[in-house]
Ligand binder design. Structure first.
Ligand code: ADP
Length: 481
């Protein structure tokens, strides 16, 4: 059954259900008909029983009664009659019953009610027999009228035959009709399949036809179209990303190549070769950093090998990252001011979260001139940890703010003095925050500074974490020059 097409399944279901309905209907009509025919026979027997009873009741003596019965009930085309004494001894029988007596029920003990029963009569076949107990002219008598069941059965059999011959024809018709209906219903699905098969990565601008947006297939087509929209967007983003990445790789490679070519053009002194090797190393470092960041971004966005269910102490992570940044901050004469925090626990991945904090602090130091300050503030309320990294640096102008989380977006490479970063740092931050179902936002004023705020869901801090914090509180207040 599972291998059958939907069209055949629908057809068979349709045929099966119709056949069941027809059988149930046929059976109930047959039973009703049988009951009705039997009731009609019983009614006719009752009328005859009444006639016979009148005759018995008005008779003066038994001899007279016998004559009278023979005259009126001796022969009858539809019924046979019998009058017997309660012990079964015959008093009168119509001609057909001579030698084939009707069985006499024990009517006397059953009270005044008439008895109707179906019983075989020797040589005459099954009969419906009505019996009544009454007082005769001499003694009590049992009067009986019987009708053969053969005509009644013939009528029933004819009806059954009709049902059995019409039923299969109806089922066959239903199967044919069901097949046509199912085929008609499946035609749009097949058209949709054919259209969907033509849509490939190269033809993502094509969409499925939506003949009627209100019906089930229309809704399916719209859902598929929306899925293709999303796929097209992802594929375009991927293409753009690959193109940008290739472009970013070309610049350091071109610098490397130029340096090497220039160096080889003439004989150079040892110092000159040293300078070339140093420049080459610098470019190689840039390439390595770029490759690392590209890899990080792919991991975050693809969710690769990232366990996001660790319990991470964000306050401790912040202290570690601040320690790592302190060296470069000292070189730039930028002070880092980190408050004393409560123990905050979030669910996530500590490597990714430390990359996030590192990128934010690194940017803050990178874009803050000598003498400036980077301060980190944090609070935990309503089940959320909010960390903001504030600097007194060069700031970002409003037209750039909406774009700075995009990959490879850099505001102005000349501002940092060197060729600047890769433009991937904040894109990585956003990917990490998204993966942790958090929020990241930035406020900035040119010449005054920038504040980046990250909000993450806090885990209810475990008592163990509190005890730990009380033993060794995280104190990172004001630091260094
Ligand atoms: P980059 O590697 O160039 O720093 P990011 O993605 O980290 O790339 O940042 C994108 C751009 O946003 C940077 O080029 C920089 O101009 C700007 N930016 C980021 N952080 C700050 C900040 N704290 N102060 C001023 N500008 C910033």
């Amino acid at each position: 059954m599972t291998r059958l097409s939907i069209r055949w399944k629908l057809t068979l279901w349709y045929g099966g259900v119709l056949a069941a309905v027809l059988v149930a209907f046929g059976m109930s009509v047959f039973l009703m008909m049988r009951g009705h025919l039997l009731a009609r026979t019983d009614l006719e027997l009752d009328e005859e029983l009444h006639e016979l009873g009148m005759e018995v009741s008005f008779a003066h003596d038994e001899a007279d009664l016998r004559d009278q019965l023979q005259r009126r009930f001796g022969t009858h085309e539809s019924f046979v009659f019998q009058v017997a004494r309660p012990d079964g001894q015959a008093f009168f029988r119509s001609d057909d019953l001579k030698g084939n007596p009707l069985p006499v029920p024990d009517v006397a003990s059953r009270g005044p009610r008439d008895v109707y029963e179906t019983s075989p009569v020797p040589a005459l076949g099954d009969h419906r027999i009505a019996s009544r107990f009454l007082q005769g002219p001499g003694s009590p008598l049992v009067i009986q009228v019987a009708a053969p069941l053969a005509p009644y059965r013939k009528e029933l059999n004819a009806f059954l035959l009709m049902l059995m011959s019409v039923g299969p024809v109806c089922v066959a018709g239903a199967l044919g009709g069901g097949y046509l209906l199912a085929r008609k219903a499946m035609t749009p699905v097949e058209r949709m399949t054919a259209m969907a098969e033509q849509i490939s990565a190269e033809q993502l601008e094509r969409r499925l036809e939506v003949p009627n947006p209100q019906d089930e297939l229309g809704r399916l087509a719209m859902t598929l179209n929306r899925m293709i929209d999303r796929l097209a967007r992802s594929i375009n983003e991927m293409r753009q990303f690959t193109a940008d990445a290739a472009h970013e790789l070309r610049t350091p490679l071109a610098v490397l190549r130029t340096e090497a070519e220039v160096a080889l053009r003439a004989a150079r002194s040892a110092d000159e070769y040293r300078r070339v090797v140093e420049a080459t190393l610098e470019e190689t470092n840039r390439l390595t950093a770029l490759a690392d960041q590209l890899l990080q971004l792919c991991r975050h966005e693809g969710g690769l090998n990232t366990d996001l269910s660790e319990e991470v102490r964000l306050d401790a992570l912040l202290m570690d990252v601040a320690d790592q940044i302190r060296q470069s901050a000292r070189q730039k004469n930028v002070s880092i001011d980190v408050g004393a925090f409560e123990p905050w626990t979030v669910e996530g991945n500590d490597v990714r979260l430390s990359q996030l904090l590192f990128n934010l602090l690194d940017n803050a130091v990178k874009y803050t001139p000598s003498g400036g300050t980077v301060s980190v503030e944090g609070a935990c309320k309503d089940g959320q940890v909010e960390i903001s990294v504030q600097d007194t640096g060069i700031g970002i102008s409003p037209e750039h703010l909406p774009h700075i989380f995009k990959r490879f977006y850099r505001v102005d490479e000349s501002r940092t003095g060197d060729r600047g970063g890769t433009g991937l740092g904040l894109a990585i931050c956003k990917a990490v925050v998204d993966a942790h179902h958090g929020r990241i936002s930035v406020e900035s004023e040119v010449g005054r500074g920038t504040r980046v705020t990250v909000v993450l869901s806090a885990l209810p801090t475990s008592p163990a974490a509190f005890a730990l914090a009380e033993q060794a509180p995280v104190e990172l207040s004001t630091a260094q020059q």
